[in-house]
Structures are given as C-alpha cells and as structure tokens.
Write a protein that binds this ligand. Structure first.
Ligand SMILES: [Zn+2]
Ligand SMILES: [Zn+2]
Length: 367
C-alpha cells in the first residue's frame, strides 16, 4: 500500500515566489486527504502531477487565513465543473461559523458539503488505519492530525509451512489471513505456527501551526514521519515563543525526543530560504528535511527503508525544466540560489505584510 505526502504549499503566513501557502496532500492507496488549503492551493494542484482532482476530504488545522483561504475558490471551481461527489471538511470547533461566512463567497454548490468539527482525542476509523486528532499549542482552537495504520500480520514463513505439510495454494492464503487450517491428512495448523510477530503499521503526524508541545511529543513517538512547522530560526526564538510557533531547532529537539524516523519542516516565514532552517535543525536531529513546494515524501514500510524525500516529485517535467520560471524569479525546482523571502524579491514588492526594509517580516506577519 503506497503512502506519500505531496507538499503543495510550504510557506507560512504569506506566500513567496517559491513557496505557496500551507497545503499538504496525503495519499494512501487510492485515498486523498488534503490537510489545509491555503490561498492558491487549487492552482498548486493544477501545476502538480496530481491535478485538481475531486478531493473527497479536506482537513483544516485551524482558522488563520493562511490555512483556509484557498477553500472557497476551490469549492467554487468544483461547482463550475458540475461536481457531484460529496466533500467532507473537517476542522476544530468554529468550522460551521467559518462556513457561514464563506458561503457568501462561493454561493450555491452542485455537490453536498459535510462539515465535521473535531477536537483532541477524536478519531476517524478507516479500517486499516485511523486518523487521530490531537491538540497543539497555537493559542487558538487548532488540531494536529496523525494517520496511524493498524499493525500488520507477521511475515509468513513459507519454509515452516511446507515443513508442517501445508500444500501451497489456498491454505497458504488462509493461514496468512490468520485462520487455522485443516490439512488433508487431518492435522490442524494454526496461524501462529507459520506467522512471525505482528509488524507495526506506519504513522505520519502533521502538526499544523504550533509551538513545541507535549501533545505532539506524545503522538509522534516513533512516527515514521513528523511534519512539523518551523516558522522561524533560533535567532527569532523570542518571536516564535510569543506567537506560538516553532524554530527549526525547537522542532528538531522534539523530533529527537520522540525518536521519529524523519522530520519534515514546513510553514517557513518568508524571510527564510530553507537551507538555514535545515542546517540548524540537522545539528539537533540529523534526519531532517525542509521540503519545497512539489516535493514528495514517500513513506514505505520500515522494512523497505522508511521515508525518503523525492525532490520535485510532483512537479511536471516541463516546469522542472524551468519553462515556468517567469521573470527570473527562480521558480525552476531548486537550481536557483534564490530562496523565497529576501526583501528584494519582486514577488513581494509593496506587500505590507511581507518583509520590512530591515529584512524582518512585519510584526503581524506570522499567522
Ligand atoms: Zn496559525
Ligand atoms: Zn499559519
């Protein structure tokens, strides 16, 4: 069963020429879960190898504008295309109020939208996995979401099965499924005779915006992948504390303590490019990555090597070649030295919430 994450927007608060506002698509088998839907997400989907598919579910972490403003536009586009597939939107309490306001923007839709408010401790049971809702520390009603697979049956020992006289064929399958079987000669073989110990399922944890929090530490224990925000670097530690965000090093310390297999940092302030956040985090926790928009993190089972970052994995080949580079702003998938947020970035010109002349984002920048 394939499991991966497509990073569609890795900036926090304001977009940059390189990074869109928060949106991460979780894909498991044929299922698609969009976590947050910052402004521009529908276009990020269109620009990616995913396309603007009729997503059945959107999970919002909280209602700061950078996390949901993409939703009304995307819902409207679906309606203009005559979508009929129902959509469920999940979020912390306040979701129904929020939609009361948004409804005026997107008007009447061609498909049903169900709104489900979730709080810490709620779980969505999906058969082979669960979505666990956990609280975070961001000063407003805010959820983190963990996708946790149930343990898988142990490895089937073919040699042992043969030694016990089980003929190859349907009986193998029934033993693998945990059923005791009767051999033609009359002996019974029980599954525990031929199956190894149960193997852990995978766990992927997405925090949304938060200061380092005990609740995250708890849920992230031994996670395959922790996607944690790192709005700031340590040089802005005070500001991170004041605004209930994290620094690269702060998130890395938590990842280290939780013994996760990989840490992915996102929601970067527009003054950072990425590498400086990665450097400070890796000094604390080596298995840290800072994905760019359109990167993918593939999460195979641990026995197949654990998570790996696929750079530009969701960027169509023609964009990778730089055709979409526009005004030389370096949107070419990682070859340019330009990052997202320096004050001279033409894409930020005149934006009062962007960067001040000193290179510091304005005080109300981080949402
Ligand atoms: Zn926020
Ligand atoms: Zn945010």
């Amino acid at each position: 069963m394939d499991l991966d994450l497509v990073f569609l927007g890795t900036s926090g608060s304001v977009p940059t020429s390189r990074r869109g506002l928060p949106a991460t698509l979780v894909r498991r088998g044929g299922e698609r879960l969009l976590v947050d839907c910052g402004e521009g997400t529908q276009r990020q989907l269109l620009r990616s190898t995913v396309g603007l598919v009729e997503l059945p579910e959107v999970l919002l972490t909280h209602y700061h504008a950078d996390h949901y403003l993409g939703l009304p536009g995307m819902l409207k586009t679906f309606a203009l295309r005559g979508r009929e597939v129902p959509l469920t939107v999940y979020g912390p309490p306040g979701l129904k109020d929020l939609f009361g306001g948004l409804q005026r923007i997107f008007g009447k839709l061609t498909y049903p939208v169900e709104l489900r408010e979730l709080t810490e401790g709620d779980t969505l049971d999906r058969g082979e996995y669960r979505i666990v809702v956990f609280g975070v520390s961001h000063g407003v009603a805010a959820n983190g979401y963990a996708l946790a697979e149930l343990p898988r049956p142990g490895r089937f020992d073919v040699e042992q099965a043969r030694a016990l006289g089980v003929p190859e064929g349907p009986l193998f399958g029934r033993l693998q499924a945990g059923e005791a079987v009767q051999l033609p000669e009359g002996d019974e073989v029980r599954p525990e005779q031929v199956l190894g110990p149960p193997r852990p399922g995978r766990k992927v944890v997405l925090t949304g915006d938060t200061a380092p929090a005990a609740t995250v530490l708890e849920i992230a224990q031994e996670a395959d992948l922790l996607v944690h925000e790192a709005t700031f670097a340590e040089e802005e530690r005070l500001r991170a504390d004041e605004t209930l965000h994290s620094t690269g090093a702060g998130a890395a310390a938590l990842a280290e303590a939780a013994e996760v297999h990989m840490l992915a940092l996102t929601h970067l302030s527009n003054r950072y490019f990425g590498p400086e956040i990665a450097r400070e985090a890796r000094a604390v926790f080596r298995e840290t990555v800072v994905p760019r928009d359109f990167d993918i993190i593939d999460v195979p089972f641990q026995e197949r090597g654990g998570p790996r970052l696929v750079k530009a994995g969701a960027r169509p080949a023609r964009e990778e070649a730089g055709v979409d580079g526009g005004h030389g702003a370096g949107d070419g998938g990682g070859r340019s030295h330009r990052g997202g947020g320096d004050p001279g970035d033409p894409a930020l010109g005149g934006d009062p919430v962007g960067a001040s002349p000193g290179g510091r984002a304005a005080s109300r920048g981080a949402r």
